[in-house]
Design a protein around this ligand. Structure first.
Ligand code: TRP
Length: 335
């Protein structure tokens, strides 16, 4: 039997951090053995809210790909490609745009939240391109006949939008497109060093996969701890401490238990606890850094992976396009 197809991706707007690692990258590495995986670097989508900063988008395409490779996404198993280099996706987006109303896009909860957050870019009126990015995302997924889309919770409304477009298309033009399903990562979104619900670039509370040892040490030293604990021998409350929160992700069960007991008894100071955490984070990041360094020193390899991946994804998208055009009676010289 053929393997099921997975399509997923990221906007190249910055390097990836440990939130991405626990939230999606780890899962993708696992899934690539079992499924045919495509990962797109969504530069077109990144431009919808960074149209005035093309340099940033371009630079981050390779950064994101190096992050993928360094955590173990294997180009032999996963096809990594650049969204803008698949013109069929742009073409599909145009056809799909007839199948979705403006008010439906405006009601999309993810889009709605983002528009509210991006007043500095859009002012009072959002662009046509940004409002329509869910349509382009539907094209990303369906062009490759994606069946499963592993994403975080915030992406669910986008997958739902894709499913609606697919059903509408199929009901009008015939059963051509596959209706994808979202696969939610089992790991919840991880919090920032400052205790914020979200770890994010713009929030300045992230540990990047490419941070070096010194940077990690410094960031961990600045992490939020129990604010009620002033002196070293005050009893602490690990439940309101980000250091304990990360110990749970990076340290062994025994270590977590020991650290929490000693904290609650006022026997272990925050500095010692942070040092131990930083050591464990660095231990986990070390092999990732090493692999990343290799790719940083061999940019031609990264380019080759992207070029081959893009070629393969494009071939697949061309096949889909052919079926779509036939169904839509746009196959003029093909009979
Ligand atoms: N919207 C996704 C994000 O912001 C990126 C993305 C673009 C994507 N196209 C996709 C995700 C297709 C899954 C499938 O992270």
């Amino acid at each position: 039997m053929d393997k099921k197809i997975i399509v997923t991706g990221d906007r190249p707007t910055g390097r990836l951090h440990i939130g991405h690692y626990f939230g999606s990258l780890q899962n993708r590495v696992k899934l690539q053995d079992e499924y045919k995986s495509y990962i797109l670097v969504a530069d077109v989508q990144a431009l919808t809210d960074n149209f005035n900063n093309p340099e940033k988008v371009r630079k981050n395409v390779r950064e994101v790909v190096m992050d993928y490779l360094s955590v173990g996404i294997d180009p032999k198993k996963t096809t990594i490609y650049i969204q803008s280099m698949i013109p069929e996706v742009a073409e599909l987006t145009v056809y799909y745009s007839n199948l979705v109303t403006i008010s439906r896009l405006e009601r999309n909860p993810t889009v709605k939240t983002e528009i509210a957050q991006k007043k500095d870019i859009f002012g009072e009126s959002v662009t046509y391109g940004f409002l329509g990015y869910p349509v382009s995302q539907a094209a990303d997924i369906t062009a490759l006949e994606g069946e499963l889309v592993p994403v975080g919770e915030d992406q669910l409304p986008l997958i739902e939008q894709t499913r609606e477009i697919v059903r509408k298309f199929n009901s009008i033009y015939g059963e051509i497109l596959k209706e994808p399903e979202a696969v939610l990562s089992t790991q919840k979104r991880i919090k920032g060093l400052d205790g914020n619900e979200k770890m994010g670039k713009s929030l300045g509370n992230a540990i990047y996969l490419s941070d070096d040892e010194e940077v990690v040490n410094k960031k961990v030293m600045g992490a939020l701890t129990d604010p009620g604990r002033i002196k070293k021998d005050d009893p602490g409350n690990p439940n309101i401490c980000m250091v304990s929160y990360y110990h749970n992700l990076f340290s062994s069960k025994e270590e977590v238990e020991a650290v929490c007991e000693e904290c609650k008894a006022g026997k272990r100071g925050c500095v010692a606890c942070k040092k131990q955490l930083a050591k464990n984070i660095n231990k986990m990041l070390e092999p990732i850094r090493e692999k990343r360094k290799y790719y940083e020193e061999h940019p031609e390899l990264v380019d080759k992976i992207l070029e081959e991946g893009t070629k393969e994804a494009r071939n697949k998208a061309k096949e889909t396009m052919k079926k779509v055009k036939k169904a839509m009676k746009l196959d003029y010289f093909e009979q």
